[in-house]
Design a protein around this ligand. Structure first.
Ligand code: SF4
Ligand code: SF4
Ligand code: FES
Length: 403
């Protein structure tokens, strides 16, 4: 992992700005995010601070891997109108990524925020640590790793993000609503699902993913809102002052159960042999998590009879469409985080599948191997190849549905 720390104060950042500047903040979604100075939450925080001080922020832009220069260029092309209007780009990115940003935005003022100090890793007790500092830092190699606060102190950098000022919305930008009898406050315009999750109210969801646009495909996040007919998807509903929301009752549980049973029947979910399912040590399958929580052990619906061909043409990604639930997260990640739009849906109804390029094999498509799609996939449909094949030895030949 590339280790970067913040190199300038908020006041120094403002000294490099003019009141008439039009700003875009972009961020890499990998190392700088882990180091606490990048990612969408940090971009939103900085936006709030700058806007409170009267600056014009045209937008924020999250890039799956910021040091991949062609992805940065794709983002510029895809958001041409915004970037053309911008006079300043503030990249939350390591110094290597900054080289590419300077090339892609050669006509803009670029304000460097991060200083890259070396290479490190992550430990459970210390978090991100610096193990191999660059020679220029004067620090010795340390296999146990220097905590970032220690590095910041030694190198006169900043231990956190721009925390001196609170960039969160002011009280008049918040609305109050009631969820399951509890009063919560959420920024006006936020979607109801994000507001619930931010307040530790766990509404089941599969197609929603923080950082991606809401899609409303899976319907698992259905809730009841007093005064509105029927059930509404929380991810596609904006919070409103005075809303009275119910996220959990017998009817909602019944609906979610049907949705989950249909999802399990829609493909071939051989969970016991999936690298994202229990008992794999990498178990991260969100579908299996909800199926287990709902105590579903069999589906009333017949499994989809056709087995679709897998795609192992990519050197890094394994695509098994039989485990796909058509949530669309990968399609949106490829469009919104990588800027490539290399993935899309083809066909209709129960024949719908996710494909790469113009319905070709992954290695024949425009894939940049940024792994944004793999990282957001809630099932074992898209997996990192090295992980997928770690379970290959015990894959059975007899196919069955297993939870
Ligand atoms: S298909 Fe996946 S890995 Fe390839 S560019 Fe798109 S998001 Fe990145
Ligand atoms: S491949 Fe994964 S992320 Fe993409 S639609 Fe299917 S389940 Fe969702
Ligand atoms: S998470 Fe809301 S519809 Fe899928």
């Amino acid at each position: 992992m590339i280790i970067s720390l913040r190199s300038i104060s908020y006041d120094d950042l403002k000294k490099q700005l003019c009141p008439e500047d039009k700003i875009v903040i972009l961020s890499c979604d990998t190392c700088v995010k882990a180091c606490g100075i990048g990612g969408s939450a940090r971009m939103k925080q900085l936006t709030g601070m700058l806007q409170a001080d009267g600056y014009t922020v045209l937008g924020i832009d999250l890039i799956s891997i910021g040091c991949t220069m062609n992805l940065v260029a794709h983002h510029r092309d895809n958001r041409k109108e915004v970037y053309d209007e911008a006079t300043v780009v503030i990249p939350l990115i390591c110094e290597d990524g900054l080289v590419g940003v300077r090339k892609v935005f050669a006509d803009k003022k670029i304000i460097q925020v991060a200083k890259t100090v070396g290479i490190g890793n992550f430990t459970m007790d210390k978090g991100v640590v610096l193990t191999h500092p660059f020679e220029s830092t004067g620090l010795a190699q340390n296999d146990d790793g220097y905590p970032l606060a220690e590095v910041a102190k030694a190198l006169q950098l900043f231990p956190g993000f721009f925390d001196e000022k609170d960039g969160s919305p002011s009280a008049d930008q918040m609305v109050k609503l009631t969820v399951d009898g509890k009063e919560i406050a959420a920024p006006a315009g936020q979607n109801l699902l994000a507001a619930c999750l931010a307040n530790s109210i766990d509404v089941p969801h599969l197609c929603f993913q923080e950082d991606l646009s809401a899609y409303g495909a899976c319907r698992l996040c259905l809730v009841k809102i007093k005064g509105r007919k029927g059930l509404v998807p929380a991810c596609c509903t904006h919070v409103e002052a005075g809303m009275d929301v119910c996220t959990d009752d017998a009817e909602l549980q019944h609906c979610r159960r049907i949705i989950l049973e249909l999802a399990m029947a829609s493909g071939h979910h051989d969970c016991l042999t999936c690298v994202k399912g229990v008992p794999s040590p990498f178990a991260t399958c969100e579908l299996q998590k909800y199926v287990r929580a709902a105590d579903i052990t069999e589906s009333r619906f017949a499994s989809f009879p056709v087995k679709l061909p897998e795609d192992d043409s990519s050197p890094v990604i394994f695509h098994d469409p039989n485990r796909c639930i058509l949530c669309g997260r990968c399609v949106r990640a490829c469009q919104e985080l990588s800027g490539l739009s290399n993935l899309g849906f083809v066909n209709r109804g129960d024949r719908t599948v996710v494909v790469a390029g113009l319905n070709t094999e992954m290695n024949q498509s425009d894939c940049a191997a940024c792994m944004a799609c793999v990282n957001v996939c809630p099932t074992g449909a898209l997996t990192e190849k090295v992980v997928y094949f770690s379970g290959k030895d015990w894959t059975p030949s007899r196919k069955f549905m297993s939870l």
